[in-house]
Design a protein around this ligand. Structure first.
Ligand SMILES: Cc1cc2nc3c(=O)[nH]c(=O)nc-3n(C[C@H](O)[C@H](O)[C@H](O)COP(=O)(O)O)c2cc1C
Length: 178
């Protein structure tokens, strides 16, 4: 049994849901996962106290949450020493267009270059359109973006695109590194 930190940033909740599922898979494999929302981390959070760390964030207007980037930059020497993995949640990863999907992969590469982190594995995974979480303006903008990119435009409900098999495989493979 290894203690694993699953630290994430989530603006509308989908990355938090994905982090939960990762924690469940690790738990099923006999590990002890601690989930931490990096927007409100506990005082004295020390990734070095864990046997492995998974970090996740979502993309908004072309970048991951600044507090996720800051955490990884500050902790990169610890993360580079431990088994570690990064998952990135976006709408681009849901696209049928290979160019859009490769843009999401490019943002993962940029994040790693920017922070100096070299994780054992990465996953770019589709998130959700959570119209119910958006204010009027954001709902309008996201509906326009969805229309242009072939996403769902029915704002009366949320739309989830996450490939849960890919998430579970990512978590299970991480478990084998521990
Ligand atoms: C205001 C806003 C901006 C977004 N910008 C992007 C973007 O630039 N690229 C992208 O692929 N997805 C973008 N998305 C989609 C989010 O990455 C997606 O909804 C994801 O599921 C959000 O995860 P979260 O709920 O954990 O914050 C955006 C979403 C919102 C609401």
């Amino acid at each position: 049994m290894t203690r694993v930190l699953v630290a994430y940033g989530s603006s509308e909740g989908q990355t938090a849901t994905i982090a939960d599922r990762i924690g469940d898979v690790l738990g099923d494999e006999g590990h002890d996962a601690t989930l931490v929302n990096l927007n409100h981390p506990p005082t004295g959070l020390d990734p070095g106290a864990y046997g492995g760390v998974i970090v996740g964030g979502s993309i908004h207007v072309g970048s991951h949450q600044a507090y996720v980037t800051d955490f990884v930059r500050e902790q990169r020497s610890t993360l580079n020493r431990l088994p570690s993995a990064f998952f990135s949640v976006s709408l681009s990863s849901a696209s049928d267009d290979p160019e859009a999907r490769s843009a999401a992969d490019d943002l993962v590469e940029e994040f790693l270059e920017d922070t100096g982190w070299d994780p054992d594995s990465t996953l770019a995974v589709a998130g959700a359109l959570k119209y119910s979480e958006y204010g009027l303006l954001k709902r309008f903008v996201m509906r326009r973006i969805a229309r242009k990119s072939g996403g769902d435009t029915d704002t009366s409900r949320d739309h989830e695109y996450t490939d849960w098999d890919a998430v579970e495989t990512f978590a299970a493979e991480f478990g084998t590194l521990l």
